[in-house]
Design a protein around this ligand. Structure first.
Ligand SMILES: Cc1cc2nc3c(=O)[nH]c(=O)nc-3n(C[C@H](O)[C@H](O)[C@H](O)COP(=O)(O)OP(=O)(O)OC[C@H]3O[C@@H](n4cnc5c(N)ncnc54)[C@H](O)[C@@H]3O)c2cc1C
Length: 384
């Protein structure tokens, strides 16, 4: 089989790229695209994550005709504070003349929206790539799928397989934290306010989702195991203690956990291959940057390849241009999340005071607050 672009990984980033490259009635795509995933089609329904999407991501998804408005809960304010310390700040959408700072969406609803309209011949499910060989003009991948083995030649192979395994091309910084995720119900309406609470164990986020909250609670691995083993009442008591009476959670859904590490790929491209989304950079979930960044990767790669018209998409020049264009955003986002985790995930008294002052400064000095807010709304650069 021959294709122009073979995308490995039909997660939200791989699907977003396929859509962005896919063209429409007015301007058909110059490329033949094949998307493959090792899981059966629709397996994302089991993913327990909810994602906070920036306002800028909503705009990109709208352009891809993949904005799932009915499944998205707007975030109008974000309350940032630390447990056991002073200082707090409030980021408010009204200060930025936008309807919401961001939106919370279940991973599965995002994937459903991206999947609609992806033509079925484009997608090979339950298939894995066993080998990839490259030469000057193309790449050849050996695929093992439901119908046995198949060879696909492509001008470009795009890696969007999600969090990568250890590899000499990847720098890994283990956070010594796991994220526990679940959905909870509060005793009063959330009024579209998200909470980012820094605790000595790690950040805790409550993201408004429908009438409840999606929880991302980061704690050391041993504590994560203990917390996962608690019954619901004891788990809710642990969560409620983190908020020192500022809000009360009364019911919880099932819990799952994810180990957390920063994984940064050193080179985004090799001859006839490019990496994007989590496989290029996997970040800590604090402040919800990961998918937002991956979506911008997909958008910029599509823009760069389409700008070269129907020319060879695996040509070195557009790939090098893409890698250059993504550096500031990806390294800036990694530094931002990494910095926050390190500054806030400890209980050293002098640092407590510094953090309190930092939060107070954010509250009192609008330009600082705007810097943080803009990063959450748009990423590292302004998007139209
Ligand atoms: C607890 C937690 C909370 C998060 N919260 C947020 C948030 O609020 N906001 C945000 O923007 N981001 C958030 N993220 C990050 C976000 O989940 C990721 O950035 C996003 O899922 C990356 O999408 P992706 O398509 O690159 O990878 P994935 O979602 O991992 O998808 C990869 C796809 O590739 C397939 N695949 C894997 N290996 C192969 C293979 N060898 N061959 C074929 N297919 C393969 C998989 O089956 C999967 O379908 C969070 C992450 C975690 C862990």
């Amino acid at each position: 089989m021959k294709t122009d672009i073979l995308i490995i990984g039909a997660g939200p980033v791989g699907m977003a790229l396929a859509r962005a490259l896919g063209g429409n009635r007015d301007a058909p795509s110059p490329f033949r695209i094949t998307l493959i995933d090792r899981q059966p089609h629709g397996a994302w329904v089991k993913d327990p994550r909810a994602l906070a999407l920036a306002h800028g991501s909503r705009q990109l998804l709208e352009r891809l005709d993949a904005w799932n408005a009915s499944a998205a809960t707007p975030i109008r304010t974000i309350h940032v504070s630390q447990r056991g310390g002073f200082g707090r700040t409030l980021i408010d959408a009204r200060d930025y003349a936008i309807p919401a700072l961001g939106y919370v969406l279940r991973y599965r609803d995002l994937a459903d929206a991206l999947d609609i309209g992806l033509v079925s011949e484009t997608l090979l499910s339950s298939s894995v790539v066993e080998t990839i060989e490259t030469c000057a003009t193309h790449a050849t991948a050996t695929i093992a799928g439901p119908n046995g083995k198949e060879r696909i030649t492509a001008k470009l192979v795009v890696h969007a397989e999600g969090t990568p395994a250890d590899d000499p091309n990847i720098t890994v910084r283990d956070y010594g934290q796991h994220a526990i995720v679940c959905e909870v119900t509060p005793d009063t309406p959330h009024s579209h306010q998200a909470w980012e609470r820094f605790t000595p164990d790690g950040p805790l986020a409550l993201l408004p989702l429908e009438k409840g909250y999606a929880v991302v609670f980061t704690v050391p691995p041993a504590k994560a195991r203990e917390i996962l083993a608690l019954d619901d009442a004891a788990f809710l008591a642990v969560l409620n203690r983190q908020f020192s009476g500022q809000l009360r959670l009364t019911a919880t859904g099932p819990r799952a956990s994810f180990p957390l590490a920063l994984r940064l790929r050193k080179q985004l491209t090799e001859p006839r291959q490019v990496w994007l989304g989590n496989t290029a950079q996997t970040l800590h979930p604090v402040s919800g940057q990961g998918f937002n960044l991956g979506l911008r990767d997909a958008w910029e790669l599509a823009e760069t390849l389409l700008a070269h018209g129907g020319d060879d998409p695996g040509h070195t020049e557009p790939l090098a241009a893409y890698a250059r264009r993504r550096q500031t955003d990806r390294l800036g986002s990694a530094a931002f999340t990494h910095g926050i985790v390190h500054l806030f995930s400890n209980d050293i008294p002098p640092l407590n005071a510094v953090r309190g002052l930092g939060l107070l400064a954010l509250d009192l000095v609008p330009p600082l607050r705007h810097f943080i807010a803009r990063r959450m709304i748009w990423g590292a650069r302004a998007w139209p």
